[in-house]
Design a protein around this ligand. Structure first.
Ligand code: GSH
Length: 205
């Protein structure tokens, strides 16, 4: 049995979608970031980084979106969420690494600039760069990473669950999704899937 710690409106959406897509048996624990529930002693024992998502598995605790997505997919092989073959796996890893280490971090500069600078002017300067940086990330994904209908082609994979975060990041940064037709079509396709659509709607309440 799995236990998934998440908060609505956060990057936990990606793994939550995958849990439902593969039909994984899991318990949900909603963590209130607003109330600081991710900074309690009990939560920090699970994830000393004080972040969601967290997946508690029979083998131990997993943090970081790419790792959680890969674990869920690998433990539910019949769902076919991991691309087959070394090269295709590396392509999936490259996109997920880009989302985790570049685009998510670029977005975090809007609301979490205090992580990188104490100076208020420096924080404001970082926040003003976010829209441009996210527009660049979206353009790169649009050009390089969306074969259609899904990221890697016909197979829906872990990358597609992770890409569900992109429209929210763009919207919160004031960047129009409509400027990226492939990303917009991908978002519409995600919402049309029964499991993914259900989770996306639940995260919007
Ligand atoms: N690299 C991590 C990032 C996780 C992350 O930044 N989570 C945010 C929500 S999207 C969080 O928990 N923030 C709480 C805080 O910054 O206090 C991952 O991909 O899982």
């Amino acid at each position: 049995m799995l236990t998934f710690y998440y908060a609505k409106g956060t990057s936990a959406l990606a793994a939550h979608i995958l849990l439902e897509e593969v039909g994984a048996r899991h318990d949900l624990v909603e963590v209130s970031l607003a109330e600081g529930a991710h900074k309690t002693e009990a939560f920090l024992r699970l994830n000393p980084k004080a972040r969601v998502p967290v997946l508690v598995t029979p083998e131990g605790v997993i943090t970081e979106n790419p790792a959680i997505l890969t674990y869920i997919a690998a433990t539910h092989p019949d769902a076919g969420m991991l691309p087959e073959g070394a090269f295709a796996r590396a392509e999936a890893d490259a996109l997920n690494a880009y989302l985790c280490a570049t685009m998510h971090v670029a977005f975090a500069h809007k609301f979490r600039a205090a992580r990188w600078a104490d100076d208020a002017a420096a924080q404001a300067a970082m926040a003003t760069k976010v829209a441009d940086n996210l527009a660049d990330c979206a353009a790169l994904i649009e050009a390089q990473y969306l074969r259609g209908p899904w990221a890697l082609g016909d197979q829906f994979t872990i990358c597609d669950a992770y890409l569900a975060l992109v429209p929210g990041w763009l919207s919160k940064a004031g960047v129009s999704l409509e400027a990226y037709p492939k990303l917009a079509a991908h978002w519409a396709g995600l919402q049309a899937r029964p499991a993914a659509g259900r989770v996306i709607a639940a995260h919007q309440t």
